[in-house]
Design a protein around this ligand. Sequence first.
Ligand code: PEP
Ligand code: MG
Length: 320
Amino acid sequence: AADAAADVDDSSAMTADGCRILLNANVGTPAEAEEAALAGVDGIGLLRSEFLFLNRSQAPTEAEQAEAYTRAVHAFDGRPVAVRTFDAGADKPLAFARSDGGEASAMSNPALGVRGIRLGMRREDLLDTQLAALADAYRASGNCLKVMAPMVATVQETQWFVDKAHAAGLPYAGIMIETPAAAVQSASLLAVADFASIGTNDLAQYTMAADRLDGSLSDLLDSWQPATLRMIRMTVEGGLVAGKPVGVCGEAAGDPLLALVFAGFGIRSLSMAWRKAAAVRSALRLHSLADCQRMAQAALNARSATEARQSALALADARL
Ligand code: PEP
Ligand code: MG
């Protein structure tokens, strides 16, 4: 195993038997991207673009956005950067991006309302400006920029977004898998999209019908819930059918034991807060892919989140 790891640089993560797993960073600003780049991760798996403009009342211009995206891409100097288009609404309100174009609309249930790509489809002006800015950054970057849409639920939304991104000059256009609708039909969505990235925070929220902002529901929101794990596994299977890559970019990817389970499902790219990458890298080095698959199977068969975690831990190396 040590030999398998010897011929690549220190930052690359792999299992004990030499299966390469990409470790990427989740970031919200160019400054954070610069920090993450120094930490030696493989790329940015999620740039939450709405974080750049949270406190703005006016929509940012194309030039302003292009500058921010180009800065993030340059920090990563040829390593891949996946930018998510504005995920406005619900837990991430953007003053300038409301579905009615003006006054606050009173949605009775914002998490189930016009958010993510649904907002992008109603405010095409905002999305067009953002895609143009991303295309500027793409041209400046030597082809390492990817774009993905949040909160997708249907093939039609996927097709609409992917066509639009390609037409704007962005050849790598993907989707986030954050709804059960997207998870259960990931093969159909990935027949259209170039890649997918699973957002476990929202996927847990919608699978368990539990508000992610409600701390009293944390047991239900636990990514170890067998139902949520099954959604993730189902998404990976769809990716295999379509022959397209599926990564994970929700917070769960930063849990070393869960990262092993994801590797066992067939995930080869994990994106997390960059400070968590070192612990995930160490965990991967201690386990073979077969170990990871055994843990994955045990977790899937568990009857509760606690049992899933314990059954995976029981199969893990004692040094974890
Ligand atoms: C997620 O939902 O898991 C995700 C990565 O996106 P966010 O947390 O920004 O909604
Ligand atoms: Mg999300």
